[in-house]
Design a protein around this ligand. Sequence first.
Ligand code: SAH
Length: 234
Amino acid sequence: MMSNADPQELAKFSDLAHRWWDPDSEFRPLHQINPLRLEWIDALVRLAGKSVLDVGCGGGILADAMARRGASVLGIDLAAKPLRVAQLHALEAQTSGVEYREVSAEALAEERPQSYDVITCMEMLEHVPDPSAIVDACARLTKPGGWLFFSTINRNPKAFLFAIVGAEHVLKLLPKGTHEYARFIRPSELAQWCRTAGLSPGEMRGMEYNPLIRRYSLTHDTSVNYLMAWRKAP
Ligand code: SAH
């Protein structure tokens, strides 16, 4: 059942889970990029009233924010501790319209095909053995005419330098070993999986970090971190 998951990856996120909502912890980058991706998604789909599935939701930083925009959100992950943290946060912050479940995207696609207006799967594909199977499951979970959002890290020498050497070793934004270069995904590869799953391209953005002002921004440079929006035919 857990075939398309790497237990070591799940353990890495579980071990840190208690610090997920600390904005100065290992998860600082996720807190910092959250408003950027949230605005981008909301502008494209108008989250209010939509049913949203967040795949690989972790501690729920994006899921919670989308629920606060009026969406009805299910966050799924295969790491138990981050899910418990996400649930606890929703209780404490009194966020309504968000639920969490430990289930794989593939299993949920069997159980609830064509059920969601919007699927988000952020900073997750580069931690999975077979990311194309996740993309395919996400496509099956989407309602006709629905939107899908993926974000991950490009694979090229600059991405190695920025996302691993820079982020983990020099600037120490992320713990060493967070990312493995071989698992990074070129936009052309992700696009191929999406097209094979029957999706049509929407928009694409890059995400850049400026160490001088310690801030992220959305750009059109997709050479390191990037986000892609796709649509399922109506
Ligand atoms: N999407 C969240 C969290 C990113 S961290 C955000 O952007 O804020 C990556 C998450 O992917 C972790 O919570 C990890 O447990 C989860 N993950 C890794 N492999 C997975 C798999 N096969 N299925 C579901 N979630 C997975």
